[in-house]
Design a protein around this ligand. Structure first.
Ligand SMILES: NC(=O)c1ccc[n+]([C@@H]2O[C@H](COP(=O)([O-])OP(=O)(O)OC[C@H]3O[C@@H](n4cnc5c(N)ncnc54)[C@H](OP(=O)(O)O)[C@@H]3O)[C@@H](O)[C@H]2O)c1
Length: 283
């Protein structure tokens, strides 16, 4: 069965490439000419063309607005629509209702892991929807994932994704703060990286981000703009349940400041610019 893929951005391009490598009969589309068409895949001119040809359509689109715009002009009847980007759980629950009322099936499968894991086919997908649709989705997306985790009904996948990103954002921001502290005391950032990489707190994420902080190479894995969006989704969800989110409240200000300084399209490690610009009040 033909699989459709919409959204060839930072994540979508390597994800679609892994599907094609695994032999999927693939048709892809992006709003612009951005992103390589994987070898063997067909590039559609419109999203409607993808829905006309594919039985399952994967969405890796930036925002809720992008999803609404793309789905407004297509016929989802009889199709399995899989939302793999990150939006609010409420938006996803509404999408579930809309797609089902238009005769389609819906699964959310947000992913943990940025560009590196996407390239390596090592994303962790959090799959939610009707039980049979979850199983079908897990089989289709397997070539892009190290693991797919069953998260029950919609919006269980997106709620899980927000919990996971709470840890990611606080950890990566804490790492940038460690380098900021070291910088202020004239410590060698290369030595700090050596200690951290050798120590018990090292992870795939901390190693990649520490390298970026040492070299100042902020080529994007996860953009400041996108992390700010994720951070806002988490804080809004926390407020709705009266949950304390002190770390993510501070991170939101830092990512907003970093974006305002013009670093929105750089990797999240560039949050160190926001830290440098933040003045502490005199004691
Ligand atoms: N980067 C990460 O580390 C990461 C990790 C996990 C999840 N996510 C989530 O996955 C999603 C995609 O992330 P990304 O980093 O790949 O984002 P991205 O590079 O900004 O790409 C997003 C895609 O959305 C499309 N798009 C944007 N606005 C649109 C509109 N109004 N109509 C139609 N298409 C539109 C873009 O198309 P054009 O460029 O062709 O215009 C592009 O194909 C986001 O929801 C993000 O939060 C990202």
């Amino acid at each position: 069965m033909t699989v459709g893929f919409l959204g060839l951005g930072v994540m979508g391009t390597p994800m679609a490439a892994n599907l094609a490598r695994a032999g999927a009969d693939l048709i892809v589309w992006s709003r612009t000419d951005r992103g390589n068409t994987p070898p063997g895949a067909v590039r559609a001119r419109t999203a409607a063309e993808v829905f006309g040809k594919a039985g399952t359509v994967l969405l890796m689109l930036a925002t809720e607005q992008a999803i609404d715009e793309v789905l407004a002009g297509v016929d989802v009847s009889g199709k399995l629509v899989v939302h793999m980007g990150t939006t609010s759980p409420e938006f996803s629950a509404g999408l579930n209702d809309k797609i089902k009322s238009r005769g389609g099936r819906y699964v959310e499968a947000p992913v943990s892991g940025s560009r590196g894991p996407a390239e390596a086919g090592e994303l962790i997908a959090m799959v939610a929807g009707e039980p049979a649709d979850r199983g079908e989705t897990a089989r289709v997306i397997a070539p892009m994932c190290r693991q797919t985790v069953d998260c029950g009904e919609v919006p269980g996948g997106l709620l899980m994704k927000l919990a996971v990103n709470t840890f990611l954002i606080s950890m990566a921001t804490g790492l940038a703060e460690a380098f900021h502290f070291a910088e202020a005391y004239g410590l060698d950032p290369g030595l700090l990286r050596q200690v951290l990489d050798a120590g018990p707190m090292a992870s795939a994420v901390s190693r990649v981000k520490a390298a970026k902080l040492v070299t100042g190479d902020f080529e994007v894995q996860a953009a400041i703009r996108d992390v700010l969006k994720n951070n806002e989704l988490i804080v809004e969800a926390a407020r709705r349940r009266d949950v304390a989110s002190p770390l993510l409240d501070v991170c939101r200000s830092l990512y907003a400041e970093t974006a305002a300084l013009g670093h929105g399209e750089q990797d999240m490690a560039a949050v160190i610019h926001g830290l440098r610009a933040t003045r502490r009040p005199a004691p």
